[in-house]
Design a protein around this ligand. Structure first.
Ligand code: F0G
Length: 332
């Protein structure tokens, strides 16, 4: 299969001299989800899941990382650095390993799912434990990068957004046109910014973008930063999103909304997707689906086609799975 950069070369800021660092990212499935549609009270065939868990490191971050690391290599960078709730770190570590670059990751202490931590470690990343949340880790990381001359591969790096916008191209290609609505989780707000950029660049129809934050970490809903964000969905436990303006623009320009869902709504959607649709995503990924169910149950049903973006794989966070999913013992 072609690398994401080869596949979308004409729409990405690369030249013939850019060394392509790829692990086979992108080309993720768009899965019809009729049980979810039924649970939401929507017609069969109207709801699809864009499952990003099939990317090489198990999350959508690989789309942006292939470009960010390729461009870092092209620029002669000595290494890459990021702050992360886990997935960015896992992805940066893998692509840096492939490129032969140094990788340093700043992680909020005790708040990164085990699978992600093990991935970063396995790929040889140097880990800095930050006593504080993701927002503190990001501030420290950005300061350190400047001092040490390392390339930041958080979504403050525009190449990350450029790579991630390709997911919108894939959705529109698979459906023959853009969906009417797109539901997705929002954390640091890079991905919602990237999708909206992608849909706009395609021209033609555009979805209303429906972003969902966890209720305990919902700065974009509240309209101010949250000092101590709290949620079971550690990937989106973020109180002061870097790409806040991009998220608000996606919401306002698309005629969409940014809402919040409780941890119990997130976990219910997480279990439903695994049990009823056969798709095991991580808790944060289920926030968009939780948002869809919440809206539909309150009588505000979207009309037309709906895509829910499932950003990462359920295996990333085995501890939450063990805590929240009952083992069914056989009575055979
Ligand atoms: N879903 C998953 C699985 C994530 O890992 C993230 C972000 C999001 C959704 C939200 O995306 O930040 O672009 O709004 N994870 C980042 C990380 C923060 O460090 O891995 P966003």
């Amino acid at each position: 299969m072609k690398s994401l950069i080869e596949r979308w070369r004409g729409r990405l800021p690369v030249t013939g001299r850019t060394p392509v660092v790829s692990l086979g990212e992108g080309g993720t499935p768009l899965i019809r989800a009729d049980r979810l549609a039924r649970a939401a009270g929507l017609p069969p065939g109207s709801v699809h899941l864009k499952f990003e868990g099939t990317n090489p490191t198990g999350s959508f971050k690989d789309r942006g990382m292939t470009l960010a690391v390729s461009k870092a290599l092209e620029a002669g960078s000595r290494g890459v650095l990021c702050a992360s709730t886990g997935n960015t770190a896992a992805s940066a570590a893998a692509y840096a390993a492939k490129a032969g670059l140094r990788c340093v990751v700043f992680l909020p202490r005790g708040a990164v799912a085990r699978g992600k931590l093990m991935q970063a470690a396995a790929h040889g990343a140097e880990i800095v434990d930050v006593a504080g949340n993701f927002d503190a880790a990001l501030r420290t990381a950005l300061r350190t990068a400047e001092r040490k001359g390392l390339t930041v591969v958080n979504s403050s790096n525009p190449f990350r957004i450029e790579g991630q916008k390709t997911a919108a191209f894939e959705v529109a290609e698979a459906m023959g046109r853009a969906p009417d609505f797109q539901f997705m989780p929002v954390g640091n707000a890079g991905n919602i910014t990237a999708y909206w950029k992608g849909y706009k660049e395609l021209g033609g129809g555009r979805p209303r973008i429906m972003g969902f934050q966890a209720a305990g970490a919902a700065p974009l809903v509240l309209g101010h930063p949250v000092k101590a964000p709290r949620t079971v969905a550690t990937a989106i436990r973020i109180g002061d999103p870097y790409s806040r303006d991009g998220a608000l623009a996606a919401r306002d320009e698309s005629g969409g909304a940014i809402g919040s869902v409780t941890d119990s709504q997130i976990l219910a959607a997480y279990r439903f997707l695994a049990r009823e649709e056969g798709v095991f995503c991580e808790p944060a990924s289920a926030a968009g689906v939780a948002g869809l169910l919440k809206l539909c149950r309150s009588g505000r049903k979207p009309r037309g086609t709906v895509v829910c973006v499932l950003t990462g794989h359920g295996l990333k966070d085995p501890d939450t799975a063990a805590r929240c999913i009952p083992l069914r013992r056989s009575r055979l």
